[in-house]
Design a protein. Sequence first.
Length: 143
Amino acid sequence: MSCYSPAMAIKRVNPAEAAELMAQGWTYVDVRTIPEFDAGHPSGAFNVPLLHQGDAGRTPNPDFMAVMSASFDKAQKLVLGCRSGKRSLRAAAQLVDAGYEHVVDMEGGYLGDGSCEGWQPRGLAIDQTAVAGRTYAELQKAK
């Protein structure tokens, strides 16, 4: 079942559909904070936080678009996800506005949002350690 809303410009998929897209070669970009990503993430995910976690709470990542542009081609097929689907939808909209051609948002995110069960509760493949070349620190070097 697709979570796409015709009133929105961004296509939304549920976690099972996101996993199917990844099996077809789509790239998963996790836009959660670094600590959230480090605590567990979909297998094969890249981390480019939309927001950073600090002492005063979450603040916008000023390098989000620069790191995305340096790391992913505008024609690349991207699935964006976060904790519950709100940040990733905002990030997806920014990418579409910047000219990215194939962007979908994963509704429900990693943990779920009450209306759409998340990646982890569905028992989909997760990693609890970072894979070389997929962490934000490594991707940020490319910008």
